[in-house]
Design a protein around this ligand. Structure first.
Ligand code: DX5
Ligand code: ZN
Length: 221
């Protein structure tokens, strides 16, 4: 099953409650929350206090993508704020096994995020410790960037790795996902599609999400 996770990075922050209601009405499966620190990535967004507020006004599971240095220092706060899924970047955490264990012990799904130029090989020995892999299809930091197509062969390799595991490990893609790139990433093995500007950047969110879901049902071979 393909799940769609609208990213609130492209939402109107003056009316987040209404934006979340829109996403739920459009049939979103998750809500993707981009946490940026102005250090690991060149942009600053939000922290655990906002996640806690979001949790109060939505039933959608909160998928927190930590684009921050030393993410381990903040995991407990995001768990307490109500995150259902938390991903940490391999490029940002020296003690990944411990970080992932902390996420799981807190009752959330643990994810490993990798940048476009990071090799899939780093994931090989990490798979036992994670529940999902977040494959960046843009360089993290901003919404509305162009999909980096050369990531697709890596996505296929990761899908192969995951298929050999006894446990189900989801593959999430993030960056430049819309109705034209959705068939390609699903064809390459993605099971969770993050979409910011292609959903919250559109007037009609119901129609926008429907288009992506329909496109995802016709994967590129
Ligand atoms: C980028 C973020 C993404 C962003 C995606 O650093 O991690 O989640 O919101 O935005 P779009 O879908 O517009 O590329
Ligand atoms: Zn993200």
């Amino acid at each position: 099953m393909i799940r769609i996770a609208p990213s609130i990075l492209s939402a109107d922050f003056t009316r987040l409650e209404a934006e979340l209601a829109d996403a739920a009405a459009a049939g979103a499966d998750l809500l993707h929350v981009d946490v940026m620190d102005g250090h690991f990535v060149p942009n600053i967004t939000l922290g655990p206090a906002i996640v806690q507020s979001l949790k109060r006004v939505t039933d959608l599971p909160l998928d927190c993508h930590l684009m921050i240095s030393e993410p381990q220092r903040y995991i407990a706060q995001f768990i307490a704020a109500g995150a259902s899924m938390i991903s940490v970047h391999v490029e940002a955490e020296a003690h990944l096994q411990r970080a992932l264990a902390m996420i799981r012990e807190g009752g959330a799904k643990a994810g490993v995020a990798i940048n476009p130029a990071t090799s899939a090989a780093v994931l090989e020995d990490l798979l036992p410790f994670c529940d999902f892999i977040l494959v960046m299809t843009v360089n993290p930091g901003f919404g509305g960037q162009k999909f980096i197509a050369p990531v697709l062969p890596k996505l296929r390799r990761i899908a192969d790795m995951v298929r050999n595991e006894a446990r189900a490990i989801e593959i999430e893609v993030d960056g430049g996902i819309d109705e034209s790139t959705a068939p390609e990433v699903v064809g390459a093995g993605a099971t969770i599609l993050v979409a910011g500007s292609a959903i919250f950047g559109q007037q009609d969110r119901v129609e926008a999400l429907r288009r992506i879901r329909t496109a995802a049902t016709n994967p590129t071979a």
